[in-house]
Design a protein. Structure first.
Length: 384
């Protein structure tokens, strides 16, 4: 098991943002309005004819105008989800958020929103409710897909939201969340990307990599709703709140990959290596007399039986006591995957998440005072 123990950083993008701000300032002194067009894409997925119009009236700040325009144009694509279940003879109701993924009735939300549900209803921004069927879920990424027979259009424009390339997201970027916290439908909050590359624990000692952290206010009921950039594209699926001004979202790249697989075949297959691991500690480095490069890697502390790691001959560590403290030694130390440097457990999880069952990866390993390359054929992650 892979257990826990990105960036939009190019000058062109920064120049686009700077130009955008100056354009808005120019609009304040006399130009009038700005139109931001959605990029064309697959006819079943992307909105190609929906314009976001920002009217500058000289009384509000440009940020307010942007938020208002985004809300007015995107909120019809965000839904409330009500989940009904029976436990010990009693009816239980829970709720969350979701958003329209395509033109075929598919709605993305969190797995934990629909978990244990017997029936599902989707409530649109005009109040119309639709019965939904559960297409599939993935507990390891906390993504689920619901399906309704059609979208209501009475007084609203429920169109699919476009998913951005979340690998380009950068800390400091402004974002908004639209959802249904505490059942308060159509709520918008705003903030920034606080950090990227977070790793969150999920089911079965596994973890979700590349999670986005935001200071956007998210609360119970926001789960499954979109986290959006100022272009109106989804950068993440809101998952959890850890404290005041600390919320997390599943990156849109992972959400789209999982959702499309669920729609196609009802599930998503995660690649599996089959180890437990920890960062190399100072005590471990001293006991093993590690090189500076090896000190940066992560140590294999357990190789799961009948796993790809066992098949490839990876060596697990042993635990000793040093000054009455437990210290792991003599396990293989992974420093690279397919040429990408590994300096944390999150790095390894992130690299493996790019792969599929059946793919081969090359691990650079430090063992017995030397570096070796080991090729491993990954398998499908077991359900137990």
């Amino acid at each position: 098991m892979e257990k826990i123990g990105s960036s939009r950083g190019n000058s062109k993008k920064r120049l686009i943002y700077i130009a955008f701000v100056f354009l808005l300032i120019g609009l304040l002194i006399g130009i009038g309005s700005l139109y931001v067009f959605s990029e064309p894409g697959d006819s079943d997925r992307y909105v190609t004819n929906k314009n976001i119009t920002i009217n500058i009236n000289g009384t509000n700040s440009y940020q307010e105008e942007i938020y208002q325009a985004l809300y007015n144009n995107l909120s019809d694509s965000v839904v409330s989800i009500r989940v009904s279940s029976i436990s010990n003879g009693e009816a239980i109701l829970s709720q969350g958020s979701g958003f329209i993924y395509d033109n075929n009735g598919h709605i993305i939300t969190n797995q934990h929103v629909v978990d244990g549900g017997d029936s599902f209803r989707v409530i649109f921004s005009n109040g119309i409710q639709k019965k939904a069927s559960l297409v599939g879920t993935d507990i390891y990424s906390d993504i689920a897909v619901l399906k309704v027979d059609s979208y209501p259009t009475e007084g609203i424009d429920p169109t699919p939201l476009k998913l951005a390339n979340s690998s380009k997201v950068e800390p400091g970027e402004m974002v908004i969340a639209i959802g249904n916290p505490f059942g308060l439908s159509g709520t918008i909050t705003h903030g920034i990307i606080s950090a990227t590359g977070r790793t969150l624990p999920t089911e079965g000692d596994f973890s979700i990599p590349n999670v986005i952290q935001t200071d956007c206010a998210v609360n119970p009921g926001n789960s499954g709703g979109p986290l959006l950039d100022l272009s109106g594209d989804v950068v993440g699926v809101v998952r959890a709140k850890q404290g005041d001004n600390i919320g997390f979202a599943i990156p849109s790249n992972k959400a789209e990959k999982v959702a499309s697989s669920i729609i196609e075949k009802g599930e998503y297959d995660h690649a599996w290596l089959g180890i437990r691991m920890l960062p190399v500690t100072m005590e471990s480095a001293e006991e093993m007399n590690l090189s500076d490069e090896a000190k940066k890697g992560i140590m294999v502390i357990e190789v799961i039986e009948d796993s790809p790691a066992e098949e490839a001959g990876l060596k697990e560590g042993e635990k000793i006591s040093v000054d009455e403290k437990p210290v792991w030694i003599n396990g293989d130390i992974i420093t690279e995957v397919n040429g990408h440097e590994i300096t944390s457990t999150g790095d390894l999880i992130s690299e493996l998440s790019k792969e599929s069952p059946g793919d081969e990866v090359t691990l650079k390993i430090y063992r017995n005072q030397e570096f070796i390359d080991v090729t491993v054929e990954l398998e499908k992650r077991p359900n137990d």
